[in-house]
Design a protein around this ligand. Structure first.
Ligand code: FAD
Length: 463
C-alpha cells in the first residue's frame, strides 16, 4: 500500500466518484468552483458503472438476445442452441465498462476536476485523511459525501465462501453455476437471476415476502412472473433462509416458511437482499455529521448535513437508491454551492426493472394512491391490443395510467413489457408538466410503436 505524504487544499471536496459524486463535481467545476474528487477505485463511475447498472444491463442484453433467438423459432427462424464463450462475454462487458470509464476520465480533465485515488476518512470537519494513495490528507472548505452503498450481508446466516456471491462477485461471472439460489426477489436478484438463467443456470429464487418486487403494483409484476415461471426452476415466496453451510462442491441451505425449495444444495448462492449506506468507517462522528437509525446521512432539502458546510447525496442519504436520483441530486447540490436557491423536489423519480419483460413506473403506484385515499381513475391496456407488440411477438405487457378523478391530471404511470424502460420518460415528463389525460391523448405518438399505448389509455379517460 502506498502511503501518501502530501497535504492538498481544495474549495470543494467530493467523497466518492459514482454518478452522484461525479455529476456534482463536474457541475461545480462548471460554476468555477475548484473541485477535487477522492475515489477508492482506480477510476470514476462508482457502483453504477463498475459493479451495478452498466455491467448488469450488458449481461441482460445478452440474455435478451438469447431469448429473442429462442422465440424466433415460432416465426420460422431457427438459430440453433447458443454456445457460450465466457472469456469473450466477460471481455465484452469489460470493454463496455472501460469505454465509459475512459470517457469519464476525459470529462474530468476537461472540467479541470482533480481526481485523487484513495479511501477518505474525516479527521475533523475540515480535513480528510486518505489511505492508499499519493495524497495523505486533504483540507477542504466545503465537502459533498457521495459514498454510495453496498450489499447487505445476512448476519449470522451468510457464510464466507467463493460459492456465496454478492451482486459484485456475481457480475465477475467467474462461471455459470448449474444450480443457483438467489436470495431476494427484488430487482437486483431478479435481473441477475435472469442473466444466469439466460446463460443456462437452473435458478431458484427465495423471497421472504408474499410477492416478488415488493412495492410494485402486482398487475405490472404479472407478465414478468409468467416469464420467470417458465425460466426459473422455482420461485419460493413467503420463505426465508435460516442457515448455510459449505458441503462437498455445494452450499447446503436451510429454509423456513411456506414454500421451501425442493432442493437444499446449490452450486452457488447469490445474496441480493438489499443495500446498506456507506456511512460507517467514514469518521462522520469526527466531523459532526449525523446518521439516522438505518445509517443514512441526515440531510435537509438542500442536502446540508448536520454540519452546514458538508453536504451529502445519492445512495448514502436514502431511497430510492438509483443512479439517476444520485445524478440529479449531484446537479442540484452543485447549483446550491454556486449560490443558487435550489431544492430537489421532483414530482416523479422513475424506476425501471431491466428484466425481460421490463417493468417501469413513476409517480404514484395504484397501491400508494389507494393507501393515500386519493380519488383516482385507473385505466389499462393489455399489449395484445398493440399492433407493434403483436408484430414483435411480445404481447406480454401492459400500459397503465393513473389519473386524479376530479381533474384528469396524471398522477402515476406503470408499464410492463419489452423495453418499457425506454418509454417511461414520456410519463415522467407528463407528470413533471402536470399533464392531464387530454394532453396525452392529443400528443401524436408514432405508429406502430409501443408508446402509442400511452395515448390510447389516455384516450379512455379524455374521451
Ligand atoms: P456509488 O455509485 O455507490 O458510488 C460511490 C463511490 O464512492 C464508489 O465508487 C466508492 O468506491 C466510493 N467510496 C465509498 N467510500 C469511499 C471513501 N471512504 N473514500 C473514497 N471513495 C469512497 N441504479 C439505477 O438507477 N439503474 C439500474 O439499472 C441499477 N442497477 C443496479 C444493479 C446492481 C447490481 C446494483 C448493485 C446497483 C444498481 N443500481 C441501479 C443502483 C446504482 O448503482 C446506485 O443507485 C448508484 O450507483 C448510486 O450512486 P452514488 O453516486 O450514490 O454511489
Amino acid at each position: 500500500m502506498v502511503v501518501g505524504e502530501f497535504t492538498q487544499e481544495t474549495d470543494l471536496l467530493v467523497l466518492g466518484g459514482g454518478p452522484g459524486g461525479y455529476h456534482a463535481a463536474f457541475r461545480a467545476a462548471d460554476h468555477g468552483i475548484q473541485t477535487t474528487i477522492v475515489e477508492m477505485m482506480p477510476s470514476l463511475g462508482g457502483v453504477c458503472l463498475h459493479r451495478g447498472c452498466i455491467p448488469s444491463k450488458t449481461y441482460l442484453s445478452m440474455a435478451e438476445t438469447i431469448h429473442t433467438a429462442e422465440r424466433s423459432k415460432a416465426m420460422g427462424i431457427d438459430f440453433g442452441s447458443p454456445k457460450f464463450d465466457l472469456d469473450a462475454i466477460r471481455g465484452w462487458k469489460n470493454e463496455v465498462v472501460n469505454k465509459l470509464a475512459g470517457g469519464l476520465d476525459i470529462v474530468a480533465k476537461k472540467h479541470k476536476v482533480d481526481c485523487v485515488t484513495g479511501k477518505a476518512t474525516f479527521e475533523d470537519g475540515k480535513t480528510v485523511g486518505i489511505e492508499g494513495g499519493e495524497v495523505a490528507r486533504i483540507k477542504f472548505r466545503r465537502a459533498i459525501i457521495a459514498t454510495g452503498s453496498r450489499s447487505i450481508e445476512l448476519k449470522g446466516i451468510q457464510i464466507d465462501s467463493p460459492r456465496v456471491l454478492t451482486s459484485r462477485t456475481a457480475l465477475e461471472l467467474e462461471d455459470i453455476p448449474k444450480k443457483l439460489l438467489v436470495l431476494g426477489g427484488g430487482y437486483i436478484g431478479l435481473e441477475l437471476g435472469q442473466v444466469f438463467a439466460g446463460f443456462g443456470s437452473s435458478v431458484t429464487v427465495v423471497e421472504m415476502l408474499s410477492d416478488l418486487l415488493p412495492g410494485v403494483d402486482s398487475d405490472l409484476v404479472r407478465p414478468l412472473k409468467k416469464r420467470l415461471k417458465e425460466q426459473f426452476a422455482e420461485i419460493c415466496l413467503d420463505t426465508k433462509v435460516t442457515g448455510m453451510k459449505e458441503v462437498k462442491d455445494a452450499i447446503e441451505v436451510a429454509f423456513e416458511g411456506k414454500n421451501p425449495p425442493k432442493s437444499k444444495k446449490f452450486d452457488k448462492v447469490l445474496v441480493a437482499v438489499g443495500r446498506y449506506p456507506n456511512s460507517r468507517d467514514l469518521g462522520l462522528d469526527k466531523a459532526g455529521v449525523e446518521v439516522d437509525e438505518r445509517g443514512f446521512i441526515k440531510v435537509d432539502k438542500q442536502f446540508k448535513t448536520t454540519v452546514p458546510r458538508i453536504f451529502a447525496i445519492g445512495d448514502v442519504i436514502g431511497n430510492p437508491m438509483l443512479a439517476h436520483k444520485a445524478q440529479h441530486e449531484g446537479n442540484v447540490v452543485a447549483d446550491i454551492l454556486a449560490g443558487k436557491n435550489e431544492v430537489f423536489e421532483p414530482r416523479a423519480i422513475p424506476a425501471v426493472v431491466f428484466t425481460d419483460p421490463e417493468i417501469a413506473w413513476a409517480g404514484y403506484t395504484e397501491s400508494e394512491a389507494k393507501a393515500a385515499k386519493m380519488d383516482i381513475v385507473v385505466k389499462k391496456m393489455p399489449w395484445s391490443a398493440s399492433g407493434r407488440a403483436v408484430a414483435l411477438g411480445r404481447t406480454d405487457g401492459v400500459t397503465k395510467l393513473i389519473f386524479e378523478k376530479s381533474s384528469n391530471r396524471l398522477v402515476g404511470i406503470g408499464l410492463a413489457g419489452v423495453h418499457v424502460g425506454e418509454m417511461i420518460a414520456e410519463g415522467v415528463h407528463a407528470l413533471e408538466m402536470g399533464s392531464v389525460a387530454y394532453d396525452l391523448q392529443k400528443t401524436i405518438h408514432p405508429h406502430p410503436t409501443l408508446s402509442e399505448t400511452i395515448g390510447d389509455v389516455a384516450n379512455l379517460v379524455a374521451g
